[in-house]
Design a protein around this ligand. Structure first.
Ligand SMILES: [Zn+2]
Length: 90
């Protein structure tokens, strides 16, 4: 049993939100989200994005949320690569 990779989780967020994956994958993503706060934040943004889109004001909000998702993604990737090479956040 290995940790679900952050980039995999982030790539699968939409499938997860749509429940368009098998039960085992759903459980794996959920387990990862519980242990990885950057991914959980990205998940929260994606869920919020859907609520905003559902309300019909997608353009401005989605751009801002996408940027915040990318930030969370970078923070997550930074944690994963920390033991190899510490990149300064600038
Ligand atoms: Zn993660």
């Amino acid at each position: 049993m290995t940790d679900h990779d952050c980039s995999d989780v982030l790539a699968e967020l939409n499938l997860y939100l749509d429940r368009e994956m098998g039960e085992i994958d759903l459980a794996r993503v959920e387990m990862h989200l519980r242990r990885c706060s950057p991914c959980l934040e990205a998940f929260d943004f994606e869920a919020e994005l859907r609520r905003v889109v559902a309300r019909g004001c997608r353009e401005r909000a989605s751009e801002e949320l996408r940027a915040r998702i990318l930030e969370a993604l970078e923070a997550c990737a930074g944690e994963v690569e920390r033991d190899e090479d510490v990149a300064s956040p600038e």
